[in-house]
Ligand binder design. Sequence first.
Ligand code: NAP
Length: 259
Amino acid sequence: MDLGIRGKRALVCASSKGLGLGCAEALAEAGVDLVMNARGSEALEAAAADIRARFGVTVETLACDVTDEAARSALIDKAKGVDILVTNAGGPPPGLWSDWEREDFIKALDANMLTPIALMKALLPGMMDRGWGRVVNITSQSVKAPIPALGLSNSARAGLTGYVAGTSRQVAGKGVTINNLLPGIHATDRAISLDTGVSQAQGISMEDAKAKRAATIPAGRYGTRQEFGAACAFLCSQHAGFIIGQNILLDGGATNMTI
Ligand code: NAP
């Protein structure tokens, strides 16, 4: 399917690896020029070079922490005029409800709620002026089915979800869509780090931790970054203009619900 977005330009945050990279690759395959970001420059430059070579699109990069206000301003400057925004950042660490202090919540809110909100606030006006735009926020399955050990993530992402519900309906009339993609378990470094936590906490091998988690997914496996990226690219396509303010689960059926 031609996604109809060749020649558009996208900012994909936190995109040197994992789900962000999947989104960057799928958009590039659709002919979208990119601004890519991650903190570590080595993996970022390698990913950018690979995408340029495979898809022939223009890829600019800025290595910085997207949750840092000054760094984010520089990223927004670089991305000025983008048609597509994919927000993403690392997820907060797991723990117990009693582990977290105010500072931990502030950090999680900064990364997974206030950063995407700041990016939208900066880049939505240009999209609205031009009458076309797409925003996809990478959130989590925990938005629909909170995961007990991920209290920081549950809290911050619930805040972002509420913001998107209202904002998406305020900008839709200008040709701009905002939606959230909710990953269940995908085979990325994040999944490895969560499996490591389970393996240490339960005294089992990494393989057993992974098999145990895969058994909770009706699809019987972890998702891939390519599958995730394809869903993101579709939401950014010309065909998705009537999809507004949705929270779309990509979880292999793990969350058992009807809506
Ligand atoms: P990942 O494989 O660990 O990749 C994270 C990417 O983001 C890397 O490119 C990393 O590069 C970059 N990054 C992290 N923090 C950043 C920051 N502050 N500023 C700029 N770049 C940053 O993670 P993932 O699995 O793709 O997860 C992406 C998001 O989805 C996370 O919020 C995660 O919690 C959520 N999620 C993932 C899963 C899953 O199963 N994978 C499930 C539910 C939710 P640098 O380290 O070099 O910055």
